[in-house]
Design a protein around this ligand. Structure first.
Ligand code: SF4
Length: 173
């Protein structure tokens, strides 16, 4: 069904409504989603030893930038949180603050057995899972550690989901 555009209110409100309507048209939305899928910027946040694999993924051999993934220092300019392995209670607080600072739309990849189900720290008193602190995970990349190739696969899968509007947030919206 085609969504109708009804322009009411003052000029500013009407123009905002018109821009939003135009952005949500399929060809333009597809183009925006395509652009976003190749502009995934994760913040620098290393939670555990899987972080070294993420480092390898970002370095010359695997070259994360060719996937459009550019690690960035400010959380407010990022859109992809990568939970790199174990999340201790202390780091969980930092991860949640970073996640909350990131603007929408944003996505989460959890890598390593530790972020899936606890891994070798599954019964530890001081580790938590991303879901336990309100961080919704879009893609899980298993392994201990998760190899850079597996992370590349997770990125490609996320990109496909963004382009087809099938991420966690798209489903819950
Ligand atoms: S999955 Fe393995 S490599 Fe990754 S954080 Fe856990 S123990 Fe470390």
């Amino acid at each position: 069904m085609t969504e109708e555009l009804l322009l009411t209110g003052n000029l500013q409100e009407a123009s905002k409504k018109a821009i939003q309507w135009l952005i949500n048209r399929k060809p333009i939305k597809n183009l925006i989603d395509w652009g976003i899928s190749f502009s995934l910027w994760p913040p620098h946040l290393t939670t555990s030893c899987c972080g070294t694999e993420f480092g390898a993924f970002a370095a010359a051999r695997f070259d994360a930038e060719r996937f459009g993934v550019l690690p960035f220092s400010s959380a407010r300019q990022t859109n992809l949180l990568v939970i790199e392995g174990t999340l201790t209670r202390k780091m969980a607080r930092a991860a949640k603050i970073v996640y909350d600072q990131m603007p929408e739309p944003k996505w989460v990849i959890a890598m390593g057995a530790c972020s899936l189900e606890g891994g070798i720290f599954w019964n530890s008193y001081n580790t938590v899972l991303p879901s336990e602190i309100g961080i919704p995970v879009d893609i899980y990349a298993p392994g201990c550690p998760t190899r850079p190739e597996a992370l590349a696969r997770a990125i490609i899968t996320l990109q496909k989901r963004i382009r087809s509007n099938q991420t966690v947030k798209a489903k819950s919206a």
